[in-house]
Ligand binder design. Structure first.
Ligand code: ZN
Length: 193
């Protein structure tokens, strides 16, 4: 999970008219998220159709008054959205990447997303949204393995200028628009240390 800058709502009229899926609004969230799920950082168009996620569930007995509130809407993959479903804990709310910095709550160890500083909110987010589900671990591991191979090639080159240039190039893999950037950033940081 990484920090996402919430865009302005481009078409608030749609929300006022009871439509939270209007394509202009959905596109704005998609762009702000770099087409990645707000929770698991999977590129959505590569795996499935994007869902408009209600951070606080719109269910009748939960927060129906927030169904058409822009600040409650996010962009998520169906797997995370379905896992989270209508769950919500008022005392231990899920980490919201639009309003908080996930690096304060999680850290990456290889392909695993781990809890920082014993945070109960991190623990419940990982548990309920299934942020270490097997297919996610597999996809992250594939990416990590690919980057690790490139890192090895950089370190094995004898040309120092080439090595520095290649390592700088690899840094781009941890930029926010890249899939699983949270994990790649941790991998690159471990090498830089
Ligand atoms: Zn997801």
């Amino acid at each position: 999970m990484i920090k996402i800058l919430r865009p302005e709502c481009p078409y608030p009229v749609a929300l006022q008219n009871g439509n939270y899926k209007h394509h202009l609004n959905k596109d704005a969230l998609k762009k702000a998220n770099f087409d990645k799920c707000m929770y698991c950082e999977s590129k959505i168009s590569q795996i499935d159709f994007a869902h408009i996620e209600h951070f606080k569930p719109k269910a009748e007995n939960k927060f129906p008054e927030l169904e058409f509130v822009w600040d409650n809407l996010g962009y998520a993959c169906p797997k995370c959205n379905n896992a989270k479903s209508d769950k919500f804990h008022n005392d231990t709310q899920y980490i919201d990447p639009y309003s908080e910095n996930p690096t304060d709550y999680f850290f990456a160890a290889g392909a695993l997303l781990l809890i920082k500083n014993g945070s109960e909110r991190s623990e419940i987010s990982i548990r309920d949204i299934e942020l270490n589900r097997p297919e996610l671990l597999e996809r992250r591991l594939d990416k990590i393995t690919e980057i690790q191979k490139s890192i090895n090639a950089c370190y094995r080159t004898t040309n120092e200028a080439l090595k520095t240039a290649a390592l700088n190039e690899l840094e781009l893999e941890s930029s926010t628009e890249k899939e699983y950037s949270f994990f790649i950033a941790a991998l690159l940081k471990a090498h830089a240390a």
